[in-house]
Design a protein around this ligand. Structure first.
Ligand SMILES: *Cc1c(COP(=O)(O)O)cnc(C)c1O
Length: 400
């Protein structure tokens, strides 16, 4: 057994230290300092009794990689520390984490309350898949806390929220809504992908489960997919048992890439917070810009709540250009330091259009109802130098 470098509980340190050290074990393999990538699917025992003990949970160990894997276990331990949780588990993608969470905790007749601005894939689960199993879903106006509270009070088994949301960066008051959910015994699930544990810890604000697409900021390099969920031992055990059987397990190589990315999580996110704020402030005063959506701006309707529950405002903002779609095209084609691509949270700037990515299946009228302007551009800032990104924006806007 590798010696645990960090105690199982109460790993007291700053998030930068935890991102590097938490969960890391002193490898028993030739003194390697980095977590080995264990590709082995199956694990041998010299003693049958040990095998039984591991199988029945009396002893630590691994049997089969669909259930647990040594590399994956290190990643699960690292996020557990960063989210200050009792337990955690992992999945092949963020969507696997979200669908497993919902399907393992729900049953026919149960009721979910959520928001209209959920991530596109999550919305599809709410609108298309859960109703097939007789789960009732009520999607509220994201900015209307009173409506969400009223729907929760009407009977709710899971309150599922995101903050900030995609792509207009709406902010929900996690403490307030968690209190409302607790009053009716509902489980509160928060998708913390946009904020990351560096900027926000939903469990400390009253949530029961925190979900991450590790594909985004946690991995941080757009080269691995994964999903992570943290919460109480009881809830995580229910998710884990469901995932063991449905098989949406994270593979060791992706776990390693995410682990490697996470060692720089804090410095990346702090830089992205700074870059995003600088660019959002620049755009806000530019004459070619219609609106800027970033919770770090004092003018953003969710700024006060964000300032209370977040330590930084994140690396994603969105903005709309004045004029027609032609302007959007000219502007995007003029950018040098940005991939025109889906996804977010990478070291390199990623720019996309909700209209063609996250909300491609949402009809124009529905997008308007969600407050998504037709000319909205989502900008996920990387770790480049702010001066270069500012000049890039300036040059591309000068083409209009
Ligand atoms: C990308 C994303 C997901 C889905 O994650 P995948 O790893 O792509 O499956 C879920 N929620 C949010 C907020 C996301 O940005």
């Amino acid at each position: 057994m590798p010696r645990k470098k960090t105690p199982a509980k109460g790993f007291a340190s700053g998030p930068g230290t935890a991102a590097v050290w938490a969960g890391e074990t002193e490898s028993s393999y030739q003194g390697a300092t980095q977590t080995p990538v264990v590709h082995s699917v199956t694990y041998a025992f010299e003693d049958l009794q040990d095998w039984f003990d591991v199988a029945q949970g009396r002893k630590e160990g691994h049997i089969y990689s669909r259930n647990t894997n040594p590399t994956v276990a290190v990643l699960e331990e690292k996020i557990r520390h960063l989210e200050d949780a009792e337990a955690s588990t992992s999945f092949a993608t963020g969507m696997a984490a979200i669908s497993n969470t919902l399907f393992s905790l729900l049953a026919p007749g149960k009721r979910v309350v959520s928001i209209k601005d959920s991530y596109g894939g999550t919305s599809r689960i709410f609108l298309e898949f859960l109703p097939r199993y007789d789960v009732h879903v009520s999607l509220c106006d994201t900015s209307d806390h009173d409506e969400i509270e009223a729907q929760v009070a009407d009977g709710c088994d899971i309150l599922y929220i995101e903050s900030p949301t995609n792509p207009t960066l709406k902010v929900l008051d996690i403490s307030r809504l968690s209190d409302a959910a607790r009053a009716v015994g509902a489980i509160v699930v928060v998708d913390n992908t946009f904020a990351t544990p560096i900027n926000q810890n939903p469990l400390r604000l009253g949530a029961d489960l925190v979900v991450h697409s590790a594909t985004k900021f946690l991995g941080g390099h757009s080269d691995a997919m994964g999903g992570l969920v943290c919460g109480s031992k009881d809830l995580i055990q229910r998710l884990f048992q469901f995932r063991e059987i449905n098989g949406a397990s994270l593979d060791a190589m992706s776990a390693y890439l995410i682990l490697r990315g996470m060692k720089t999580l804090e410095i990346r996110v702090l830089r992205q917070n700074e870059n995003a704020l600088a660019l959002a402030e620049f755009l806000q005063q530019h004459p070619a810009i219609d609106e800027v959506f970033y919770p770090g701006l004092a003018s953003h309707p969710g700024h006060q709540t964000a300032a209370r529950q977040m330590r930084g405002f994140g690396g994603v903002f969105s903005f709309s250009l004045k004029g027609g779609f032609k302007n959007v095209e000219t502007f995007l084609h003029g950018l040098k330091f940005a991939h025109l691509a889906a996804s977010l949270g990478s070291v390199g700037t990623l720019v996309g259009l909700p209209k063609t990515t996250s909300h491609v299946e949402t009809p124009a009228a529905e997008r308007a109802k969600l407050g998504i302007p037709e000319n909205l551009i989502r900008y996920s800032v990387g770790i480049e130098n702010a001066e270069d990104l500012l000049r890039d924006l300036e040059d591309a806007l000068a083409l209009l």
